[in-house]
Ligand binder design. Sequence first.
Ligand code: P6P
Length: 334
Amino acid sequence: MNTRKPTLGEFIIENQASFSYSSGELSRLLNAIRLAAKVVNHEVNKAGLVDLFGSSGDVNVQGEQQQKLDVFANTTFIQALKNRNIVCGIVSEEDDDFIKVDCIDNNNSSKYVVLMDPLDGSSNIDVNVSVGTVFSIYRRITPIGSPVEMEDFLQPGINQVAAGYVIYGTSTMIVFTTGDGVNGFTLNPAIGSFYLSHPDMKFPETGSIYSVNEGNYTHFPVGVKKYIKYCQMDEGDRPYTSRYIGSLVSDFHRNMIKGGIYIYPNSTIHQDGKLRLLYECNPVAFIAEQAGAKASNGYQRILELKPKEIHERVPFYCGNTAMVEKLESFLLDK
Ligand code: P6P
């Protein structure tokens, strides 16, 4: 009996039929992401040896110091997506405006758009802490064959056809959903293939980890302060454990496996929160819900928020449903 775990490529082929609307294009899109992930992984793993550490000297649209690997990752994913005539447009954290993808024959019949944070948590690169790529895939809503437009990107998260992340950690993984559960694939660097290491990922029933930058505590809304004190009380199943890496993908991935909540609230420092709705919160929220958990802005389901601009930020509370709902109850208490 063949007990070898399927590769990501084999998994995509085996599940092709379950990808909504897909006529093979979504499979080709996921394969492009797989290739780019391997290329970025190779550079992340040797960054210090080839002076890919440190900043590029530029500043991105967020006003954040652009790290050299940010630029490399952005270029790599954009090129992989452009080369296969599978997308008509791209939004990246690293680019001010959306990118129109005109295919060679100028007849771009592609029906998908991709929104991504090519290297999230990049401020951790120089200190050898895990970083990640986050991606979100939608079908375009303007006519196929016409130039892609802003409304193709400003769709609510419930319209995503697929979403996932790459985590460049002690091992490199791709975790993604196409709306039929969450599956995790681990790269075997000796072979260069991703293998299905975490089938049908689900949050544990309960969680006892809270992830928040407590350095900003005095700037948080009262309800968030109350929830943090609740986590720290010696009562019932608490105190919880505080774990915060400062890399969304790493904090979320650990919480999905061990159970927990990730918190990035609005504050007097970040009026609307820090995380971006389109290419951080929506894809992670899609995965969280598919893994039996919850993602909200404190009052509304993240996936139902109607985006107003491509780099907009929202408060983000994501993890075990009971933990998120407890935090929401503190926010509702006036
Ligand atoms: P802070 C990385 O810049 C990021 O977008 C997330 O990956 C991470 O969770 C968060 O910001 C860290 O922000 O303000 O705690 O350093």
